[in-house]
Design a protein around this ligand. Structure first.
Ligand SMILES: [Zn+2]
Length: 141
């Protein structure tokens, strides 16, 4: 299944009501996830648990929780790749495909590969996805 079909088939916000088994790390207000359809391998996401479109909708405690996990996810990727990019988007014409606010922590991202038309991105199978989540949980930071 490609990302466009995967996204079209979603009947709920994929970042709300997260199953525990899909959370790599969490705190009261935020969670770290593995992108189900990564830009590149090992693309992590950091999401507030509350459904918000803009970070301005979070209070300062929720933002602190969110940023604590942004740094946590960056540490994970830095440990594997030595470098990373952190991407956060707001607005309608920036290639953001899920409305729920989220940070993308991406190893070796070359800007310009992400288009606005949800280019064909691979979607992990359930088995691959569970295996990758376990790998991330095992990386000590
Ligand atoms: Zn949501």
């Amino acid at each position: 299944m490609n990302y466009k079909e995967f996204n079209k088939a979603l009947d709920h916000c994929p970042f709300c009501d997260l199953p525990k088994k899909e959370i790599i790390e969490e705190n009261d207000s935020a969670a770290v996830l593995l992108s189900r359809s990564p830009y590149v391998k090992d693309h992590l996401l950091v999401v507030p648990k509350k459904h918000v479109v803009n970070l301005s909708e979070l209070d300062s405690g929720e933002r602190d929780d969110l940023f604590r996990l942004v740094f946590f996810a960056q540490d994970k990727i830095e440990k594997i790749y030595g470098n990373f990019s952190t991407l956060y988007r707001e607005g309608k014409k920036v290639g953001k495909s899920i409305a729920h606010a989220h940070f993308n922590i991406v190893p070796k991202l070359v800007l310009g590969v992400i288009d606005e038309d949800l280019r064909d991105r691979y979607v992990y199978t359930d088995e691959e996805y569970a295996g990758k989540i376990d790998e991330f949980r095992k990386i000590d930071c």
